[in-house]
Every structure is written in C-alpha cells, then in structure tokens.
Design a protein around this ligand. Structure first.
Ligand code: ZN
Ligand code: ZN
Length: 444
C-alpha cells in the first residue's frame, strides 16, 4: 500500500459514506442545542462512533464526546474536532420554535465531517497503515453566550470556564493531544471553496454593574445618583479611546446596556452592561482592556456612582501553523484547484480554537458550500458536496500525510513548533483574567 493508494481508498470510503455524513448533519440541524445543553447531539454522535467500534466517552465537559481507537500506538496523537453548539437567531426560518436555536454557525457540518473522517478510516481499516493515534471529539459550547446559565453551572460545580475548549483543557482532555484539526463553514466569494490560514481576535468578556442612589426622578433628582448616566458616560468614555487603538491591533469594543433602570419615575440605581473587548494579541488585548476599565470607572466617578466590573476570560487570538495549512492546501487542491483556494483572512471575531492554537499546532481552515453570513437568518447550506464531503476528504488526506511512515510529518511539525504557552501558563492566563474590580459609591 502506498500513501497515494491509501488516500484513494479513503476518498472512495467517504464517497460511500456520503449519505451517512449528510444524515448526521441533518440530524444535528434538526436538533439545535445551545452550549452545555447539547445532549441530543452528544448521544447521537456517541452512538454513531460506538457502533463503528471506537472507545467512546460521553458528557466529557457537561456535554460532548471523545472517541479513540481501541489499541494505542506509539507516536503522536491527532485530534479531529467538531463543535456541537447552535446559536439563537429567532429570525431564521428553521429555528427551534421554543428556544430560537439554530445551527447558523454551521457547527452541525463540523460534527458530520468529524464523524465522516472517523467512519471512513474505520471502514478501510486505515489505522493499520498509519503511525500515532487519532482522537475524535465533539466539543461543547464554542459560542460564549448565556452567561447566567453558565454562572449557574459554575455555582453547582459542574463548570469552571464558560468556553467549551477552555473547560476541556482545564479538565485535561487535551493533555494527550499533539495536533488538533477542525474545519469551519463560511460563505466564501464566488469560485472559492476553501479559505486557509485565517487569523482571529482574542477577547475578554465583561459584566458591569453600576450602583447609584434611587430617588424621585421628578421631585427630588438632586437626592439621587443616576447609574444610567454613569453607564452612558462610560460608553462615551470608551468611544473616546477608539482613536488610541492602532489599526494592526484590530481592537473591537462593543458594550450593550442590559438593564437601564427599573421605573421611569425613579432615578436609576441599578444599571447593567455587558461588553466584549477584542484585539489581535494578548498584549494589545490587555492594554485595551485597561483603557476600557478606566473609561468605565471614570463614568461612575463622574456622578459618584459605584461600579463592579467582572472580567471573564474570553478566547485567545487564533494562531496558524503554516506547515499544517500547507498540507491541507495541497490536498484540497486535488478537488478544487489552486483557483478554488483563498489564503489568509483577517477575522476580528473570535474562536475558542484560538486557545488550543496557543498550546499546539492547529489547523482551522474554512470551507464553503453555504450562503448567508454566520449567525444570520440567511445562513444555509447550498451545496452538500462542498459543505460536507470536500472537508471530510481533505481532513482525512491531511491525516494520512501526517501519520504516514510512523507519523514522520506530524513528528516534524511538532518538533519545529514553539507553543505560545504551555498548559500551566494557559491556566494562569484564565485565572488571572477572571477578576472583579470595584469602585464604591462616592469613591474617587
Ligand atoms: Zn459562531
Ligand atoms: Zn462557529
């Protein structure tokens, strides 16, 4: 068996599994679940992988699946990931009537691709020709949402971090992984089927509570301290920072007021905001966050209000491993030619895979076959072959390259890779980013 013959076999196996792969995507699409609630998706994926003969663990981080082959071999371990969670978009025609949940970020495609790769290798007994090990993971909660629900899970001791991959790293579920691979869906320009080597912002999540003094808004506003004015000043102070953010840092700050007061004739004494601070590097993120904190405190100070700022570690910037992108590109070129590939894209959004990319070589290309923006009512699959089958084949072929001849290429990539952080440094980043700061009522 040559490497080329094995690739040919795996392509044929994926063609014969195409209906199953699409069926998996359809099932998840019909059962959209938000982060840490993906029980139907977890059970379905676990059953599929168990039936195929993998050793499967379920609900690894509240929800989620981790599957491995029966016999552990020498050499590095590659993980193929698929994210389980949906988003809420009540405007989407296919959203769940009760929750508004919908797979408008295309994560259902990822899980279908991940199981497709697993089933294809199992079908051709492909592992016998390869060195190293493969782990398949359906991971929970990529979207950083529903803070109150996750805070409850945390209080119950079921969760330490809001992001699925943060939680999995903390739980040790990446301890034995040397390289991670996944593919995300994206509406690509005409003629393009693949986008490789994207970069993405990191972010810190913030919950802010302004405390004022209530009083009659008509007859005695002079006796009150207006927490809404504090919040509005804070937002304007944040705007005044924007010219100080340099273009290459790609800073994005987007606060919202989630509670603006209680009654119109009472001076607001309890006003809440949520905010993300995003930037391209950890350093620029830290600096931008300090400015945002200063702006918020100044808003409170101006009117004599109190403020509590709760910072939560969001996600780290997305880093690339060029050697992995190159391999993926070489394989995908076989299906869509050089003209079908676009290289490098500057995302100012964030991915929790960014955290993993600080710890090990990671592959996170995007593939097309979908229309509409991510998270919008127009998001839909337009071409099953490009959405599902192309990434399944390209990932499987990349795995063959990596693990062929006692996993030589994987070993080379690992030994030439300098992680931005090791696990203790990463856990320390999470810990030190999670903090509450206070300014008391009337404090200056
Ligand atoms: Zn998303
Ligand atoms: Zn996504």
């Amino acid at each position: 068996m040559t490497k080329q013959e094995l690739k040919q076999k795996v392509i044929q196996a994926i063609d014969s599994l195409a209906d199953q792969i699409i069926k998996t995507g359809d099932f998840l699409y019909a059962h959209p679940e938000l982060g840490y609630k993906e029980y139907a998706g977890t059970a379905y994926t676990a059953q599929l992988l168990e039936n195929a003969g993998f050793v499967v663990e379920q609900n690894i981080a509240v929800t989620g699946v981790r599957a491995k082959i029966r016999e552990k071999k020498q050499g590095p371990t590659l993980a193929v990931l698929g994210e389980l969670d949906a988003i809420i978009c009540r405007e989407h025609p296919d959203c769940a009537a009760d929750t508004g949940a919908i797979h408008a970020c295309g994560h259902h495609i990822q899980v279908a691709v991940m199981t497709g790769v697993a089933l294809a290798f199992q079908k051709i007994s492909g592992f016998q020709y390869l060195g190293g090990n493969l782990v398949f993971m359906a991971v929970p909660a990529e979207e950083f949402v529903e803070m109150e629900f996750r805070t409850d899970l945390k209080k119950k001791g079921l969760l330490t971090y809001f992001g699925g991959k943060q939680e999995m790293v903390a739980k040790g579920l990446f301890d034995d992984i040397d390289i991670s691979l996944m593919v995300h869906a994206l509406n690509l320009p005409d003629g393009k089927k693949v986008l490789t080597a994207p970069s993405g912002n990191g972010f810190i999540g913030k919950k802010i509570k302004f405390t004022g003094q209530e009083s009659h808004a008509g007859s005695a506003p002079e006796e009150g301290i207006n927490a809404l004015n504090a919040a509005m000043l804070a937002i304007n102070n944040i705007h005044a920072q924007r010219e100080t953010f340099s273009d290459q840092d790609r800073v994005r700050v987007h606060p919202i007021i989630t509670k603006g007061g209680d009654m119109v004739n009472v001076v607001p004494a309890d006003v809440r905001m949520e905010c993300y601070v995003r930037a391209r590097t950890i350093e620029s993120l830290t600096q931008a966050n300090l400015k945002v904190d200063r702006a918020i405190r100044a808003g409170a100070m101006a009117v004599g209000a109190g403020v509590e700022i709760e910072d939560m570690p969001g996600y780290l910037p997305l880093l690339n491993a060029p050697a992995l992108d190159k391999l993926f590109q070489e394989n995908v070129r076989f299906f869509c030619g050089e003209e079908g590939i676009s290289q490098g894209y500057d995302f100012t959004g964030s991915f929790d895979f960014g955290d993993i990319s600080h710890l090990m070589p990671c592959l996170h290309p995007f593939t097309g076959g979908v229309q509409g923006s991510l998270h919008s009512k127009n998001f839909a699959i337009t071409d099953n072959d490009t959405a599902y089958i192309l990434p399944t084949k390209a990932v499987a072929m990349t795995i063959i390259d990596l693990l062929w001849e006692d996993a030589k290429q994987a070993q080379d990539i690992i030994s030439n890779f300098k992680p931005a952080m090791d696990k203790p440094q990463y856990l320390n980043w999470l810990k030190k980013t999670e903090k509450n700061t206070f300014l008391d009522l009337g404090e200056t």
